[in-house]
Design a protein around this ligand. Structure first.
Ligand code: HEC
Ligand code: HEC
Length: 191
């Protein structure tokens, strides 16, 4: 997917933003193809980024760069990013509009179950009452359902590690059925 877009130096699957190119141009040329022009992803398995707290984005880019979220399309992309690049992408992404939550299905039993589960596990104590995220805690409201499901399953299995073990520890007590309900709820929350 990373084509030899103008303004980029490509080397063994990695790239460095070209000198003189703005972070907006880099986002449009490289990131938008997967994450969407305005930060709302239309592609399965690819998270929406719009409205993510800058610190949460910087942390994830750091984890990709350091190989702590390996085997991801992001690993080579993040490889040659400097700390300054991490900051520039993060502040740009924070200003993109948050994704629109799914409107359909808010009356479904799965939504009510997910809401109850989120309340029981007090997800909002870290991710905020409106699930917009804070500091290194990502925004969850309106995120793609299958991406939330995948993230939670990976924290539970230990396949995904984070800036802390908070999510891994939390997921130990949460069943697969509950994961489905939480993802259902969060993808539709807000709006
Ligand atoms: C080839 C498609 C592709 C391109 C291009 C791409 N990404 Fe990604 N990105 C992904 C996928 C897939 C994931 C989910 C990775 C995973 O779970 O392993 C992801 C995850 C992320 C995350 C973590 C989000 C979260 O909520 O966990 C950030 C931040 C991110 N990308 C930023 C960027 C930036 C900045 C660029 C441009 C420099 C970019 N991406 C280019 C596919 C892409
Ligand atoms: C103690 C604080 C804390 C609590 C409570 C918490 N989280 Fe998290 N969560 C985090 C942190 C910190 C991260 C980022 C971790 C990392 O670096 O991967 C995160 C990441 C996530 C992600 C990955 C998002 C992405 O875009 O990559 C999901 C999904 C998530 N949490 C869902 C939940 C749900 C659902 C609950 C309640 C069942 C919950 N969290 C409760 C701290 C918390």
């Amino acid at each position: 997917m990373i084509s030899a877009a103008a303004g980029f130096t490509l080397a063994v699957g990695t790239f460095v933003p070209a000198a003189g190119q703005s972070v907006e141009e880099t986002y449009r040329d490289v990131c938008a193809g997967c994450h969407g022009e305005t930060g709302t992803s239309e592609m399965e398995g690819i998270p929406s980024l719009g409205g993510q707290p800058a610190m949460a984005t910087a942390m994830q880019l750091f984890l990709f760069r350091e190989g702590r979220r390996p085997d991801s399309p992001m690993t080579p992309i993040a490889q040659d990013l400097s700390n300054n690049d991490l900051r520039s992408f993060s502040s740009l992404i924070e200003k993109l509009p948050p994704p629109e939550p799914l409107a359909e299905g808010r009356d479904d039993p799965a939504y009510a179950r997910g809401k109850a589960s989120a309340a029981k596990h007090v997800c909002r104590s870290c991710h905020e009452a409106d699930y917009s995220g804070r500091q290194q805690m990502p925004r969850l409201a309106g995120q793609r359902e299958e991406y939330i499901k995948m993230a939670l399953a990976q924290y539970k299995s230990g396949e995904r590690v984070g800036s802390s073990a908070a999510m891994n520890e939390l997921m130990a007590d949460i069943s697969e059925a509950e994961i489905d309900d939480l993802a259902y709820f969060l993808a539709r929350f807000g709006g």
